[in-house]
Design a protein around this ligand. Sequence first.
Ligand SMILES: Nc1nc2c(ncn2[C@@H]2O[C@H](COP(=O)(O)OP(=O)(O)OP(=O)(O)O)[C@@H](O)[C@H]2O)c(=O)[nH]1
Ligand SMILES: C[S@@+](CC[C@H](N)C(=O)[O-])C[C@H]1O[C@@H](n2cnc3c(N)ncnc32)[C@H](O)[C@@H]1O
Ligand code: SF4
Ligand code: SF4
Length: 326
Amino acid sequence: MNDGHNRAIHYLRVSVTDRCNFRCAYCMPPRGVKWLPRAEILTYEELLRLIAVFSREGIRNVRLTGGEPLVRKGIVGFVAAVKGLGMIEDLSLTTNGSLLPQYAVALKAAGLDRVNISLDTVDPAGFAKVTRCGCVKDTLLGITSALEAGLAPVKINVVLTDALSITDLAFFIDQVKRYPIAVRFIERMPLGGQDDPDSGPDIAAVKRLLEEAGHGRLEPADTKGNGPARYWRLPESQGTFGFITPISEHFCGACNRLRLTADGRLRPCLLSDREIDIRTPLRAGASDADLAALFAAAVRAKPQGHSLCRTSGYIGFGRQMSQIGG
Ligand SMILES: Nc1nc2c(ncn2[C@@H]2O[C@H](COP(=O)(O)OP(=O)(O)OP(=O)(O)O)[C@@H](O)[C@H]2O)c(=O)[nH]1
Ligand SMILES: C[S@@+](CC[C@H](N)C(=O)[O-])C[C@H]1O[C@@H](n2cnc3c(N)ncnc32)[C@H](O)[C@@H]1O
Ligand code: SF4
Ligand code: SF4
C-alpha cells in the first residue's frame, strides 16, 4: 500500500513488550520506569490477527522489537505462529543479545530469518555504563550464538556514544573481516533517554577512521535488509559497515514502515507522537475489514518526514524509545 507521499509501506515493526532487562542511557531513564499493565499489552493471539490482516494489505517484512523482545514469555512460539501465516517473507528481531545464548537455536528452528543485535562497545565497564545493567560477555556470546544458529545476516547496532573507542573500531574491523556480519553506526535520536545527545563521535569521524583503516578503499556495498542503513565494504572483508543517519542525513524519502506498539497503537512515524488506537476496536469485536481500514488510515497519516537536527536536544515525546521499539 502506498502512503500520501508515494512511498510503498511493506515493513511493520512490532513491539511485543515495553519491558527490558537493560536501561540504556539513550533509551530510558535509570529507574522509576512504569511498565504497562499486562491487560494493556496485546496478547499473541491479538498480534497474530493484526499481522495476518496487515499482510493482506501488503506487509511482507516484520521486525519484532521491544523493550527487549526476548524477555516476553512465549516469544519462540509467537515467531513460529507469525512465520506459519505463510505471508511474511522476512521475519527479523532486534535484541540486546543477552538472552540469545538461550534462544538462538530455537528461534531459528521456529522460522526467524535474522537478528540485529545492539552492542555499543566491547569494553566491559563502558558497556555496563551505557546499558546500566548489562554484561558485555552475554551480548558477545549472543552474537556467536546467532552466527552459529544461522540467523543470517547478523547485524550489530552501534549507537554512537562516548563509550565508543578506537579499540572498539579495531574490534569491529576485525569482526567484519572474519564474519559475514554488518556493523551499523547509528546517530542517537533525542527520544526518551537522559544522556547528552551531543556527546560521542559523529558519524563522519567514524567513517573517516574506517577509511583510514582500509587505506581509502571503503566501497559501497549491499546487505539484505529493509531499513535505513547505507552500507560500505572494506577490501577483503566478509561483512560490511552501515551508517544510519536520522539526524545528519534524513532518510524519510525512502520510509517504508509502520509501527505497532505493545499496547496496540499504530504509530505512523517514529518521530511523531501521532498514534491510532487499534486495541480498543480490536477488543470491541472489529471485523478484519475494520482493522484493515485502520491500517490504511495509519498509512495515510504518515508524515513526509521529521525536522530534528543535531541541536534539537531531548524533546518532549510522549513515549520513550523502549516503548516504541526503535
Ligand atoms: N528515524 C528513524 N530511525 C529508524 C527507523 N527505523 C529504524 N530506525 C533506527 O535504526 C536503528 C536500527 O534499527 P533496527 O531495529 O536494527 O532495524 P532496521 O535497521 O530497520 O533493520 P534492517 O531490515 O536489518 O535494515 C535503530 O536505532 C532504530 O531506531 C525509522 O523509520 N526512522
Ligand atoms: C529500542 S531498542 C529495542 C530492541 C532491543 N532491546 C535492542 O536494544 O536491540 C531498538 C534499537 O533502537 C536503538 N536505540 C534506542 N534508543 C535510541 C536512540 N535514542 N537513538 C538511536 N537509536 C536508539 C537501540 O540501540 C536498538 O538498536
Ligand atoms: S536500547 Fe534496547 S536494550 Fe537498551 S534499554 Fe532500550 S530497549 Fe532495552
Ligand atoms: S522519521 Fe518517520 S518518516 Fe522518517 S524514516 Fe523514520 S518513521 Fe519514516
